[in-house]
Unconditional design. Structure first.
Length: 266
């Protein structure tokens, strides 16, 4: 029995156990650092507790593709940041086996004052790669990003789509154990998005685990086989992608219809 429990535990590459994340929101606007410290010393700072995630559980096996769905502010990005080890949970635990490549915020890890060439090396170092390794992958990264003509231009002059190209190309220069993608592919042109989708499908076929956030249910169903639905930081439903997405869409439509009726009454 004990060996079976160990085997079951080891079959999960990501385990989120009863995770709660809370933040303190300031009730008063503080315009400068001096005022902040004065109020801090006088114990005049007032905060309101905000629970971003509450008792969230999620177990993911190697090679699975999970969508995290929900309306804005439901806790999707917070959950990804906890799994990526960017945020530490207030309660609960997170275990991730292997390497993680995260694309959570557009431009995260990119220095706008540096050129695309310099940012490739900077991002590669942040991901733990050696200069020699990046040298070997450099041409492939540039070719995939289609930024050959902008390599020595400062990234601050790039469009959001170009930044997305750069970030995705570096993050997927190798196949990580876990790839996390949060809405960054919603910018840019259609052809490059299709190219990225193809790359992610190839990575999935080779055993990479995917955590994917998008408000486009068609894309979500195409990329993922399972989903977890969050609302106000709590899990509403998880499991088969079609069942979860259909229930989510049904709830959203009912809410819209209700709001429409209320407006008509006014």
């Amino acid at each position: 029995m004990e060996n079976l429990e160990k085997e079951n535990a080891s079959s999960y590459i990501v385990e989120v156990n009863n995770v709660t994340v809370r933040f303190n929101k300031a009730n008063q606007k503080v315009d400068n650092l001096k005022e902040y410290f004065v109020r801090l010393v006088r114990r005049q700072l007032m905060f309101q507790e905000f629970i971003a995630l509450r008792d969230v559980n999620l177990k993911i096996k190697k090679g699975e593709a999970w969508a995290i769905i929900g309306t804005n502010g439901s806790g999707k990005s917070t959950l990804l940041k906890v799994i990526s080890r960017i945020l530490k949970p207030y309660k609960g635990s997170v275990r991730v086996e292997g390497s993680i490549a995260s694309l959570i915020e557009l431009g995260a890890g990119i220095d706008p004052k540096l050129t695309a060439r310099e940012n490739i090396y900077l991002n590669g170092c942040i991901l733990g790669y050696t200069k020699q390794f990046i040298d070997e992958k450099f041409d492939a990264i540039v070719e995939f990003s289609e930024l050959e003509d902008f390599l020595d231009s400062p990234v601050q002059n790039f469009s959001s789509g170009m930044k997305s190209r750069l970030g995705f190309s570096v993050a997927t220069m190798v196949e990580p154990d876990v790839l996390i993608v949060d809405e960054v592919l919603s910018v840019g042109d259609v052809l490059f998005r299709k190219k990225c989708m193809k790359r992610m499908k190839e990575m999935l076929a080779n055993g990479t685990t995917l955590l994917f956030v998008s408000h486009n249910m068609g894309t979500v169903k195409e990329m993922c086989d399972k989903a977890i639905w969050l609302n106000n930081g709590e899990v509403v439903m998880s499991g088969d992608i079609n069942k979860v997405c259909d229930e989510y869409n049904s709830t959203i439509e009912e809410k819209k219809a209700k709001e429409k009726k209320e407006k008509q009454k006014k």
